[in-house]
Design a protein around this ligand. Structure first.
Ligand SMILES: [Zn+2]
Length: 259
């Protein structure tokens, strides 16, 4: 079996002067002409020198002027301070620089980056970053390679929010989708996840309604064949998704699905 694609961090080129450091925690940066814009800032502060060197190697010795955090979980912000210290960078997230629902735009000749709030799927602060000229979408932890991004009970309101948010993400039709963690993918994976989510809700609700035990349900709802290769999906993400849906079914919040 092939090794985990995140065992060794790789720098993926996604556009002219536009790079993703793909690992367990992802970050990206792009050349904005006279400065560099960074998206997300990892979990490990000791990676500072390595990351700064990788940025300089790929786009040259320009200052990092803005660091955009998709949300402020610890595993997305640890290098924020380093970028502030070294470059006086502006940290942009929903705590430091509240973003209007219409989004905030960063523009350079030939490149437009839009940071758009899409709250409530993973955290209240979720933002996505859409680089329209490059076709690159940073989805943060809204897409987690099969994970249901929220820990909340899957009531009608949360289900609607998840579907509506995914519809917006899919609408971008991005050739390159950068999740918060794990391999870079595309819009096809977002579409497949929505199908999977709906299938899981319906399947688990039916089995629970038929009086099956938690054990029977967990054993019978196996990962779809075409998703088995998804990053860490078979190892634990599918099981985690099943248990979240099951917990919601047992609490009676699934109600009438489709509603
Ligand atoms: Zn997170």
């Amino acid at each position: 079996m092939a090794g985990d694609p995140t065992d060794i961090p790789v720098i993926v080129t996604v556009g002219d002067g536009f790079f993703i450091r793909q690992a367990i925690d992802n970050m990206g940066w792009c050349d904005m002409g006279d400065y560099i814009l960074v998206v997300d800032a990892l979990e490990d502060a000791p990676l500072e020198n390595e990351v700064i060197a990788a940025i300089a190697d790929s786009v040259g010795d320009k200052p990092v002027r803005h660091v955009l955090n998709t949300h402020t979980h610890y595993d997305h912000v640890s290098l924020n301070g380093a970028f502030v210290e070294r470059f006086g960078a502006e940290i942009v997230n929903q705590r430091t620089a509240k973003i209007d629902p219409a989004g905030r735009v960063f523009e350079s000749p030939g490149r437009k980056i839009c940071m758009i709030p899409m709250p409530g799927c993973h955290t209240r602060e979720d933002c996505v970053i859409w680089a329209s000229d490059d076709g690159v979408l940073f989805a943060g932890d809204i897409f987690g390679w099969g994970l249901i991004p929220s820990g909340g009970l899957l009531n009608a309101e949360l289900r609607r929010r998840l579907r509506d948010t995914y519809a917006r993400l899919i609408e971008f039709d991005a050739p390159v989708v950068v999740p918060g963690h794990g391999p870079v993918c595309g819009t096809g994976e977002l579409v497949r996840w929505v199908e999977y989510f709906d299938w899981l809700l319906e399947t688990v609700a039916d089995l629970a309604g038929a009086g099956k035990s938690d054990r029977e349900i967990t054993a019978s709802v196996t990962p779809p064949a075409d998703m088995r290769g998804w990053w860490r999906f078979e190892a634990w993400k599918h099981a985690d998704a099943v248990s979240k849906v099951l917990a919601s079914a047992r609490r009676g919040v699934l109600g009438v699905l489709g509603a």
